[in-house]
Design a protein around this ligand. Structure first.
Ligand code: NAD
Length: 479
């Protein structure tokens, strides 16, 4: 790849900042480099975004015109689907079987969903409660201003669009900071947005590492931050914004349960449980990484999941037959193997997998650990790798208690034919999303976010606009 540069104010903005290598996770080879942008570059991007925010061309644009821009943006991304899927696979190591059928189509779907919103974002007239008819009152909903968007490497395109689409629909301007390992889809998106007709400075990209993200977090010109990443960094961001009370949404880690009930249709529950944790080598925040199966069917379920995992072809992410790609980096590989080792040393049983795949790149075998010890690291810690930690259970009360015994609360999965029980469990599970007889199925219309240490606030659906719009009350004496 040619050297990558920041994209600021509608132009490629070269800088003398030191460079960081970008590696292909499937081979470990360097495929390009990006600047490690510092405070100066971040300041330029925020200033460009602020100037665009104040420009009548954007500020006073009719909502219907903003809708058209978002639709055109979606059209261009759809037309570029093959190229974007290839780029995302090369950059993130995610098999093209997924980037071409999930990542790019989802990004298009989210853009189209939010393209429908600008004309529906309105304040309301409100009869005053104590002032009577001599007063007229109403609310306005106004974009918050410049928004900083910080995303991780596991879903670089989709997670950028989850933030961008509602922010632009609301009339904000944005500075996007992709992860240092996966910068390319963000840059390509910014160029497509410009081609679609978004004014220069509405969508800026600054490249770099955690220090670059920190500079964006601390910049006084950023009105709101939307962060997706680890719970550790989320906590740091929250501490940083305490000084100026920036608005912030945090989408953080997870350790989500998959509960298979005795009456589940095993023909769909078993492959579903396997896909939930082995797709993208488990590098999915809402992966079902803790499995709970009835004690009597435990062996059958584990054998079934191991059988499905064995069909996940390991290989080059650009090969359409590959279903198991690499982890993102050597550091992630070391971390996942160390956590498997620590779990086994603490008493978990290794049911299958557990080793690095002997080939170039950062591949780990689909792994199943078994433990009934809730203190085991496998039960508690987010691995972010293809590792399922399985625990048998004896009754519903016990499985709900075990499923909720986590610092996280991002998602939960229930497999059963008994829908009454499924809906009762949905109420009892501490999770931002409960999937019943399905998995890996977010929807743009449905709020997404975490209970407990999985996050703050909700993305998607209408709820997300609470974070990108300020509500202003106007109260007038008219009589
Ligand atoms: P990370 O927290 O290390 O990095 C995420 C982003 O934050 C990157 O762009 C990084 O450069 C930036 N960053 C790092 N330090 C920063 C700082 N001090 N200030 C500002 N920005 C900083 O996370 P990761 O390892 O890239 O991603 C994996 C994590 O993301 C997992 O914990 C996963 O569960 C979580 N995740 C959550 C969701 C969700 O929607 N809840 C979705 C995907 C991933």
């Amino acid at each position: 790849m040619p050297p990558a540069h920041n994209y600021i104010g509608g132009v490629i903005a070269a800088t003398h900042a030191p460079r960081i290598d970008v590696l292909n996770p499937a081979t470990g080879e360097v495929i390009g480099d990006i600047p490690r942008s510092g405070k100066g570059e971040v300041d330029s991007a925020v200033q460009a975004a602020r100037a665009a925010f104040d420009e009548p061309a954007w500020r006073d644009m009719a909502p219907a015109a903003r809708e058209r821009l978002l639709h055109r943006f979606a059209d261009l991304l759809e037309a570029d689907a093959q190229g974007m899927a290839r780029l995302e696979s090369l950059d993130s190591g995610k098999p093209i079987a997924f980037t071409s059928t999930i990542d790019v189509p989802y990004a298009v779907a989210w853009l189209r969903y939010y393209a429908g919103w600008p004309t529906k974002l309105a304040g309301k007239a409100q009869a005053p409660a104590i002032h009577g008819p001599s007063f007229h009152a109403y609310t306005l909903r106004e974009p918050v201003g410049v928004v900083g968007l910080i995303v991780p490497w596991n879903y670089p395109l989709i997670l950028a669009v989850w933030k961008l689409a509602p922010a632009l629909a609301a009339g904000c301007t944005v500075v996007l900071k992709p992860a240092q390992n996966t910068p390319y889809s963000a840059l390509r998106l910014a160029h497509l947005a410009r081609e679609a007709g978004f004014p220069p400075g509405v969508f800026n990209v600054v490249l770099g590492d955690g220090g670059t993200g920190q500079a964006l977090v601390e910049h006084p010109g950023v009105a709101k931050l939307s962060f997706t990443g680890s719970t550790r960094v989320g906590k740091q961001i929250l501490a940083s914004v305490a000084s100026d009370l920036k608005r912030v949404t945090l989408e953080l880690g997870g350790k989500s349960p998959t509960i298979i009930l005795p009456d589940a249709d095993m023909h769909s529950a078993i492959p579903g449980a396997a896909q939930s944790v082995f797709v993208h080598a488990g590098q999915i925040c809402f992966a079902g990484t803790r499995l709970f199966a009835p004690r009597k069917q435990f062996q059958q379920v584990l054998d079934g999941i191991a059988g499905v995992a064995a069909t996940f072809g390991v290989g080059d992410p650009l090969d359409p037959a590959t279903l198991l790609g690499p982890l993102i980096s050597q550091a992630q590989l070391d971390s996942v193997l160390a956590r498997i080792d620590a779990s086994v040393k603490a008493g978990a049983t290794l049911f299958c997998g557990g080793r690095q795949v002997p080939r170039a790149g950062y591949y780990v075998e689909p792994t199943i650990l078994v433990t009934e010890d809730r203190a085991n690291p496998g039960f508690r810690e987010e691995f972010f790798g293809p590792v399922l930690v399985a625990t048998p259970y004896d009754d519903l009360e016990q499985v709900v208690a075990m499923a909720n015994d986590s610092d996280y609360g991002l998602a939960a999965h229930v497999h059963t034919r008994d829908l009454a029980t499924a809906h009762q469990l949905a109420r009892k599970l501490q999770a931002g999303t409960v999937w019943i007889n399905t998995q890996l199925a977010p929807d743009p219309a449905m709020p997404f976010g975490g209970f407990k240490q999985s996050g703050w606030g909700r993305e998607n659906g209408e709820d997300v606009f609470d974070h990108y719009l300020e509500t202003k009350s106007v109260i007038a004496r008219i009589g």
